[in-house]
Design a protein around this ligand. Structure first.
Ligand SMILES: Nc1ncnc2c1ncn2[C@@H]1O[C@H](COP(=O)(O)OP(=O)(O)OP(=O)(O)O)[C@@H](O)[C@H]1O
Length: 282
């Protein structure tokens, strides 16, 4: 087991630190209960759990986009030492996007359908780096190439409704990493894609994570996907972490009955292949 795999336990202070974070709705119903976790720079944390277990709400709390009616009732979220739970609206503008970026299941829903996709990527350079229009366009084209979109010039001028789900997710990833955030939250980002496209997007995220030393919180209800990408796995149920650890330990010796059930249900798909694959890649 490597030091990095211990969820941020190392010499460096963690990039992100959640301590006893609890979220309630305004009827006092508990949505997330006392969650603590660390994410180190460059580390990928995989969060797995059934629908409604609180994965998305946890991500939204880190991004400061909890829906009305859901709030932090106790605990803290520190990002590079800054307490995100107390950040002002204007301070969030310096963090969400530039330093903590996110991609979601349905990129079409947050790309603007009336603006060519390439211009939306260029806009990130224009708005955040104050690059000229020309330089922003050139940077966007380079980025479209870097996320393996063939013929970037052609794709640049397309509208979101003209592109496939896999292409749109590549565009969303390009926009998310354009100005090199330290943390990327990928909430069910490959769930809607077919298996081969999903595998390509996972490869792309893996490459970016290495080249940009990007920390990633990767959320999925699919244990096999989580097993493939994570340095550390967190299993959630009913708003709580029920188990966490190094992927091989969680997959081969699950301790909590819920995790055992998850692993058992994947055995027929051969979860050992992901353990073997991880060993080959290590
Ligand atoms: N806008 C909202 N207001 C109040 N409660 C909400 C809201 N959205 C979701 N919830 C509740 O919060 C709990 C956690 O939901 P969340 O979306 O985080 O689960 P999840 O693990 O991400 O599930 P899924 O995989 O289906 O997205 C659920 O009980 C859900 O009903």
């Amino acid at each position: 087991m490597t030091i990095r795999s211990l969820a941020g336990i190392g010499k460096e202070p963690p990039l992100l630190k959640l301590e006893n974070l609890s979220l309630n709705d305004d009827n006092g119903r508990s949505i997330v209960t006392s969650v603590s976790l660390n994410v180190a720079a460059g580390q990928t944390i995989g969060i797995v759990g059934e629908s409604g277990s609180g994965k998305s709400m946890l991500c939204k709390s880190i991004l400061g986009i909890l829906p009305g009616g859901v709030s932090i009732t106790s605990g803290s979220i520190h990002f590079n030492g800054t307490d995100l739970s107390r950040l002002s609206f204007s301070a969030w503008r310096q963090i969400r996007g530039p330093r903590i970026a996110a991609i979601f299941q349905d990129p079409a829903s947050y790309l603007n359908p009336s603006i060519p996709v390439g211009r939306q990527v260029a806009e990130v350079f224009f708005a955040h780096r104050r690059a000229s229009r020309k330089a922003s366009r050139l940077n966007a084209l380079k980025l479209l190439e870097a996320v393996s979109l063939r013929d970037p010039e052609l794709v640049y001028n397309r509208y979101s409704f003209e592109l496939s789900g896999g292409m749109l997710q590549r565009i969303a990833i390009a926009a998310a990493v354009a100005i090199e955030p330290e943390l990327l939250i990928a909430d069910e980002a490959t769930t809607a894609l077919d298996v081969t496209v999903q595998a390509d997007i996972l490869d792309l995220l893996f490459q970016l994570r290495t080249t940009l030393n990007l920390a990633v919180i990767f959320v999925s209800h699919d244990l096999a996907v989580i097993a493939q990408v994570s340095d550390h796995i967190i299993v959630m149920r009913n708003g709580q972490i029920v188990e966490q650890g190094h992927p091989e330990r969680v997959l081969l010796q699950p301790e909590h009955p819920y995790t055992r059930g998850l692993v058992d249900s994947h055995h027929r798909f051969g979860i050992e292949q992901f353990v073997r694959q991880r060993r080959v890649n290590a």
